[in-house]
Design a protein around this ligand. Structure first.
Ligand SMILES: Cc1ncc(COP(=O)(O)O)c(C=O)c1O
Length: 400
């Protein structure tokens, strides 16, 4: 009998991390590979944040902290929600974890009983379905096709809700499509949720600051205060402050849920890294002016990538509102043949072809629940993006 638990059979390792690892291995082996698989900004953590971390080490802030966040960091999070989102949370309504990922994991572990359903609009961030399964719940995916801007429609939400629905997970701006919901679009969804009092909303706002073309970000608990008592508003410092490796995420929500999440954390990771927490205080309280500057760079890159990909035969790329991903359709290349004569049967075969022929690493759409598409991250230098897109155009032109 295997030592491995049965629950492991239901879940897969993160496919996006697998692509990043493969690109890294090929590079280490001397191949000229451009990795467009990773979900992290290429910018460095700001100097004031690094200095705060050094100061924390010097001051001996190297011990265990309160389980779900130091009082200083919780206060900074309360301040952030008030300042940027118009959301009024108390300290006991805040949870800090080792990344947004741990926050979501804690929330699902703390709330799902066997058979409880979680509505996940597809395309989705790869971890939502697997975390739901790990916690014993049932993911209910709802297709959000390109024609609706990859956004969940109120009628489709209404139809997906059953008496067993516990959560809707909304992610705006979205990984992998970059789609972001306007206030009006969100209103359609919050109106549905108001009619179903047993359904909670997990709002994953981690890409909040990466929106372009005058798009105005709004979070559901602020838009519809009547939902705030059953909403977990999740965010983190990873993407906005280029702090992916520091592992700090946070959330605001009802204190009963926050306490249950802390209980799980107390029996798993104890607390997020003390030094990273001190750095996150500085990130949230310190200067914020570099955020729009970096967003302006991302907007230029988005436009470059969308324009160049639309030159590639068989590819059609929409122009999304935010995040640092595009999700182009590759329906036009499926069924074509490589110069070696192999038929490209699906997006995974196309992604493999791009990697083998041109050394461009992207993630195939099946990983995100809507195919045939590719996820391309433009969180890399403009020069590399130009080169990568030129290679994709060339690879497509070589197909028969
Ligand atoms: C949509 C989404 N949510 C949450 C996370 C988790 O972020 P972290 O755990 O790095 O804070 C990510 C990271 O890629 C993400 O893309």
């Amino acid at each position: 009998m295997s030592i491995i638990a049965q629950r492991m059979a239901a879940i897969k390792p993160s496919p996006t991390i697998a692509v990043s690892n493969l690109a890294r291995e090929l590079k280490a082996a001397g191949r000229d590979v451009i990795g467009l698989g990773a979900g992290e900004p290429d910018f460095d953590t700001p100097d004031n944040v690094k200095a705060a971390a050094s100061a924390a080490i010097d001051a001996g802030q190297t011990k265990y902290t309160a389980v779900d966040g130091t009082p200083e960091l919780k206060a900074a999070v309360v301040g952030k929600f008030a300042r940027e989102n118009g959301l009024d949370y108390r300290i006991d309504q805040i949870s800090v974890g080792a990344g947004g990922k741990q926050i979501i994991y804690n929330a699902l572990m703390a709330t799902l009983d066997p058979g409880d359903e979680v509505i996940i609009p597809a395309p989705y961030w790869v971890s939502y379905p697997d975390m739901t399964l790990l916690a014993g719940g049932t993911p209910v995916t709802v297709r959000c096709p390109e024609q609706t801007g990859f956004k969940l429609q109120p009628d489709d939400l209404e139809q997906a809700i059953t008496p067993r629905t516990k959560w809707l997970i909304l992610n705006s701006p979205n990984n992998p499509t970059g789609a972001a919901y306007t206030a009006e679009e969100l209103r359609g969804l919050t109106d549905v949720l108001l009619r179903h009092e047993h359904v909670w909303l997990l709002s994953d706002d981690i890409y909040e600051h990466l929106v372009y073309d005058d798009f105005r970000f709004v979070t559901p608990a602020a838009l519809e205060p009547r939902l705030k008592d059953r909403c977990l508003t999740m965010n983190g410092v990873a993407k906005a402050y280029a702090m992916t490796g520091w592992r700090i995420g946070y959330a605001g929500g009802p204190s009963e849920l926050i306490r249950a999440m802390a209980k799980i954390q107390s029996q798993s990771t104890t607390n997020p890294c003390s030094i990273s927490q001190a750095a996150a205080v500085e990130a949230l309280n310190g200067p914020q002016d570099f955020i729009p500057e970096r967003a302006a760079v991302f907007k230029q890159r988005r436009d470059l990538v969308v324009d160049m990909l639309n030159e590639a035969s068989g590819i059609r790329c929409h122009r999304p509102e935010g995040a640092f991903y595009v999700y182009p359709s590759c329906a036009g290349v499926i069924g074509r043949r490589t110069p070696e004569g192999a038929e490209l049967r699906d997006s995974e075969a196309f992604a493999r072809y791009l990697l083998e022929r041109e050394g461009v690493a992207v993630v195939h759409g099946a990983a995100f629940g809507l195919d045939p598409y590719l996820r391309i991250s433009y969180a890399t230098s403009t020069e590399l993006l130009e080169e990568a897109c030129a290679r994709i155009v060339r690879a497509c032109a070589a197909l028969r």
